[in-house]
Design a protein around this ligand. Structure first.
Ligand code: CP
Ligand code: NVA
Length: 308
């Protein structure tokens, strides 16, 4: 059976823990793993902009002994009628795995349903599961484990990062609190799914509107841009309702004494997070960005082994 990674809950709790264990080993022995030797090729396709995802997959595939093919889809036939189903079929004849950043989740599901190699979600409108593996690896490094820790995400609670925090955090046994203004709340189906996962892992899920209540005594405070890719001209006022959710020193006063701060980047400094916090002692943001590399190397290794 081909294993895809389209949503955070495509990995069971045991599989997620195994990938994070492997990521930690790969980080400690960075050039010691060559499962893509041959080299096997991996296609990494972008319908949207990227810095971290693009470079970390390119570098990671090369470090695994493989051949990365990073493609901006504007130069392909995607925009002029080639179906995603055909793209999935054709690419499967060339490469060992397909990594795709795109818009709607229906698009990546279409590729996956016709691919005969693993397909990895490198961000869609609704999920960013590779980012969450990096975030969880960072939490493990700082606290020794994820289970039982409280993670508060404040800001745009309706976006891809909020949904992935719900699913991946619950899978990791964390107590996940998601806080955003009315009108920017998570998809109720995702909340229900996360709560079901949490019931089996000892975690929990809460959706709130009060950012101070959300971060109270939290171990991890996370945020993300208030304006995701593609929302720049949606006409919504994304500043006024979000202002109380800014991650600043005053908000962090309510958090736990050893709190760490996460942000997937790119940051809009002065909007969802202040310079003082992002550059300050509680920030784990640059370890988090580095961990994209190690987590994705482990993920690709797992998916290829599990699919063979
Ligand atoms: N965090 C993240 O996915 O960054 P990029 O958009 O730069 O890839
Ligand atoms: N929510 C952001 C994440 C960027 C990595 C976006 O989709 O633009």
């Amino acid at each position: 059976m081909i294993r895809h990674f389209l949503r955070d809950d495509d990995l069971t709790p045991a599989e997620q823990a195994g990938v994070l264990d492997l990521a930690a080993r790969m980080k400690a022995d960075r050039f010691g793993h060559q499962p893509l030797a041959g080299p096997k090729s991996v296609a990494v396709l972008f319908d949207k902009q990227s810095l971290r995802t693009r470079i970390s997959f390119d570098v990671g595939i090369a470090e695994l002994g493989g051949h990365p093919l990073v493609v901006d889809t504007q130069v392909t036939h995607f925009g002029r009628g080639e179906t995603l189903a055909d793209a999935g079929r054709v690419l499967s004849r060339y490469v060992a795995a397909i990594v795709l950043r795109t818009h709607g989740d229906d698009r990546i599901a279409e590729v996956a349903s016709h691919a005969t190699v693993p397909v990895v979600n490198a961000l869609t409108d609704d999920y960013h599961p590779c980012q969450l593996l990096a975030d969880l690896l960072t939490v493990r490094e700082r606290f020794g484990a994820t289970a039982g820790r409280t993670l508060a995400y404040v800001g745009d609670a309706a976006n891809n990062m909020a949904h992935s925090y719900l699913l991946a955090g619950a899978t990791a046994g964390m107590h996940v609190r998601i806080a955003g203004p009315v009108g920017f709340q998570p998809d109720p189906d995702v909340v229900t799914r996360a709560a079901k996962i949490a019931a089996g892992t000892g975690g929990s899920v809460r959706v709130l509107t009060d950012p101070v209540e959300a971060v109270r005594d939290a171990d991890v405070v996370a945020t993300d841009t208030w304006t995701s890719m593609g929302q720049e001209s949606d006409g919504l006022d994304r500043i006024t309702p979000f202002r109380p959710y800014q991650v600043n020193d005053a908000l962090l006063d309510a958090a736990g004494p050893d709190v760490i701060v996460l942000h997937c980047l790119p940051a809009h400094r002065g909007e969802e997070i202040t310079d003082e916090v992002l550059d300050g002692p509680r920030s784990a943001v640059f370890d988090q960005a580095e961990n994209r590399l190690h987590a994705q190397k482990a993920l690709l290794t797992f998916l290829l082994e599990a699919s063979s």
